[in-house]
Design a binder for this molecule. Structure first.
Ligand SMILES: Cc1cc2nc3c(=O)[nH]c(=O)nc-3n(C[C@H](O)[C@H](O)[C@H](O)COP(=O)(O)OP(=O)(O)OC[C@H]3O[C@@H](n4cnc5c(N)ncnc54)[C@H](O)[C@@H]3O)c2cc1C
Length: 280
């Protein structure tokens, strides 16, 4: 059977891996972060079938990881920066593969205000809540952004005992149930403003807004996400290279949801299996 590289072990990559191993393929997974991917940021996931009443993103990520690790025991912990086309397939970090399923998901965009990097370096500004353990003791948090992900993270921080200030430039928007919960939560306040500057003062991150400044223990930036694409050498996506598939948020844009990523992962694994059988 074929030798397949799966890049990224979020929901899409984990689902693709399970399906490929079940089909008898030799799978190598590359993951540069935490197995489970972006799902670690999700508070309550209400729309993943099989969990009436919802399940936390963390719990679902752990269950998926346990399932995935039942099928694979060797993950290369490394970032894949480029994928090279060879005569027989693809080469990644010096290893040869018959096919590749790219499941790299998305990365958070920067907010772009002066001082953002200073706050990040001081570990008071983050682009998600994956590593929640880092801010034990934080009481006052700011979330920059007014979309669905920012509200979901705000509710997670409230759950962890924090007061949250939402700083948003336009009307908050998101799925009705989440919007109502966030807007009605007494621990969340809302400021429609730009962030003009950020700086550290003692152990506080100071954000300068349009009309005043506020101090925070923690700042989360949630102003949107963009697809992660390694460099392609010797091929491009327009040429529809055989044996190369993309699954999940990396290709879905605004339709990024866990169930879709899982479905994509299984679908691309089945397409890969069909491709390899036809080839041989
Ligand atoms: C705050 C928040 C709340 C959410 N709530 C919900 C919800 O309620 N319901 C829902 O269905 N979905 C929700 N989502 C969306 C859900 O998390 C994503 O749709 C899902 O995680 C996408 O899976 P994926 O595998 O495509 O990508 P990801 O989960 O992003 O996984 C990609 C993986 O690839 C790895 N990777 C990336 N680049 C490389 C590289 N170059 N080399 C090696 N590894 C790499 C990353 O480390 C990551 O582990 C939420 C997301 C956020 C941020």
């Amino acid at each position: 059977m074929g030798k397949i590289a799966v890049i990224g072990a979020g929901p899409a990559g984990m689902a693709a891996t399970v399906q490929l191993v079940r089909s008898g393929h030799d799978v190598q997974v590359f993951e540069h972060g935490k197995v489970g991917g972006t799902l670690w940021n999700a508070g309550i996931v209400e729309n993943y079938p099989g969990f009436p009443g919802g399940i936390t993103g963390r719990h679902l990520a752990r269950l998926m990881e346990e399932h995935f690790l039942g099928y694979i025991d060797n993950i290369i912990v490394s970032s894949v920066e480029s994928i090279e086309k060879t005569d027989t397939g693809f080469s990644i970090l010096g290893k040869d593969f018959d096919g590749v399923i790219l499941c790299t998901g998305t990365t958070a965009k920067k907010a772009g205000f002066p001082g953002e990097e200073e706050l990040e370096k001081a570990r008071h500004l983050w682009y998600g809540i994956t590593f929640m353990d880092h801010w034990q003791g934080a009481k006052e948090a700011a979330i920059i952004g007014g979309g669905e992900a920012s509200m979901d993270m705000a509710l997670s921080l409230v759950e962890a005992g924090m007061k949250v200030t939402m700083i948003h430039r336009s009307e908050p928007r998101g799925i009705q149930s989440l919007l109502e919960t966030a807007l009605n939560d007494d621990n969340i306040t809302w400021h429609e403003s730009n962030v003009k500057e950020g700086r550290m003062h003692g152990n506080k991150a100071i954000l300068a807004l349009d009309n005043f400044e506020l101090p925070f223990d923690l700042v989360i930036v949630a102003v949107g996400r963009e697809a992660i694409m390694p460099k392609f050498e010797g091929f491009d996506l327009d040429s529809s290279p055989t044996g190369f598939f993309i699954a999940g948020d990396a290709i879905r844009g605004g339709l990024g949801q866990t169930a879709i990523a899982v479905g994509d992962g299984v679908e691309m694994a089945m397409k890969m299996d069909r491709f390899l059988r036809t080839k041989s």
